[in-house]
Design a protein around this ligand. Structure first.
Ligand SMILES: C[S@@+](CC[C@H](N)C(=O)[O-])C[C@H]1O[C@@H](n2cnc3c(N)ncnc32)[C@H](O)[C@@H]1O
Length: 308
């Protein structure tokens, strides 16, 4: 029997901590009333894997704007043996090195990753081997970089420095094989969340975890892609959520709670006035300094009250 699948990368905004709260909302009807699942901002997929471990669903759809991430999901689904072989090799080469030599190795791999990434549109559907290499380097960098961050500069280049993990597990083959088996029938789209529109119907549970509205002046540093997610985009997402609410899909959306820093900021209350909003506790990194972690509130917006 295979082990439960877990996120294969550390991802900013990962929802591991909120799983229980999210599960309390969907568990009453998933697998029975709702037999399809969509996660249009999938990131590391904490909720996705929680759902896939527990339910056999008719159809599952994930998307993200981050090309490298979605390519990696696809490679895990379709070519996991090749990926594991390459990751084992990277692990064997990296781990025995001194800190100085690890740095040289890390920056060399980061450079190679950025070259592959810049050619992405040409190679997207071509050489499988290049995509395996891209996915391997994506996971390697995630496991060895500072805090598992994914951040790109203005030119779209990964620019996170090396982290200081003593013995990072670069190749977690048991988990990768388990993730691969769980992803076999999952539809994967590299693109905007609005492309999920055609998939969603009254049988679908949709979980939205968009980039957070920054909770402090400095916390917007975690750029997953070159595009930010400002208030106008939060508004556009709310319009989209209203549209699929009309289709009777079950909806949960999460975000940071603006009241963490300003008790007069009712942005989400206004945006989601007709929905149920739960305030839940989470521990998050609150600025670029990794030691600055704090207990903060996050929001779960849902239309579940319509159904239960
Ligand atoms: C908060 S993270 C999701 C974290 C995820 N729930 C987890 O557990 O790791 C938000 C994700 O949305 C993606 N994203 C940003 N803008 C998007 C858009 N317009 N459409 C789809 N995905 C987008 C980012 O690349 C990022 O991976």
């Amino acid at each position: 029997m295979s082990i439960d699948a877990r996120p294969f990368v550390k991802w900013v905004g990962g929802k591991g901590q909120l799983l229980n709260e999210i599960q309390k909302i969907y568990s009453a009807g998933l697998g029975t009333k709702w037999t399809k699942y969509a996660e249009p901002f999938v990131g590391g997929g904490a909720v996705l894997f929680n759902v896939l471990n527990k339910y056999y669903l008719k159809d599952v759809y994930i998307s993200d704007l981050n090309y490298e991430l979605i390519i990696t999901y696809r490679i895990i689904r379709d070519s996991v043996e090749k990926l594991v072989k390459r990751l084992k090799q990277l692990q064997k080469e990296f781990i025995p090195l001194s800190t100085e030599n690890r740095k040289i190795f890390y920056y060399e791999k980061r450079g190679q990753f950025n070259i592959l990434k810049s050619n992405i549109t040409q190679i997207y559907s071509s050489l499988d081997l290049d995509l395996v290499e891209l996915a391997s380097l994506f996971i390697f960098l995630n496991k060895t970089c500072f805090n598992g961050l994914y951040r790109v500069n203005q030119s779209g280049e990964h620019n996170v420095p090396m982290g200081s993990y003593k013995n990072p597990k670069i190749c977690d083959s048991d988990n990768l094989f388990s993730v691969s088996s769980k992803l076999q029938d999952v539809q994967m789209v590299c693109g905007d969340y609005q492309q999920s529109r055609d998939f969603i119907d009254s049988e679908t549970f949709v979980y939205f975890d968009p980039p957070y509205r920054p909770i402090s002046e400095t916390s917007s540093f975690a750029s997953y892609t070159q595009d930010g997610f400002n208030d106008a985009q939060q508004q556009k997402l709310a319009d989209f959520i209203n549209e699929i609410n009309d289709l009777d899909a079950l909806i949960i959306a999460s975000n940071s709670d603006p009241n963490n820093i300003n008790s007069d900021d009712h942005f989400f209350e206004r945006l989601y006035a007709s929905y149920c909003i739960k305030h839940v506790d989470a521990t998050r990194m609150i600025n670029c300094n990794s030691s600055a972690r704090g207990c903060i509130k996050e929001l779960l917006v849902t239309n579940a009250n319509r159904f239960f």
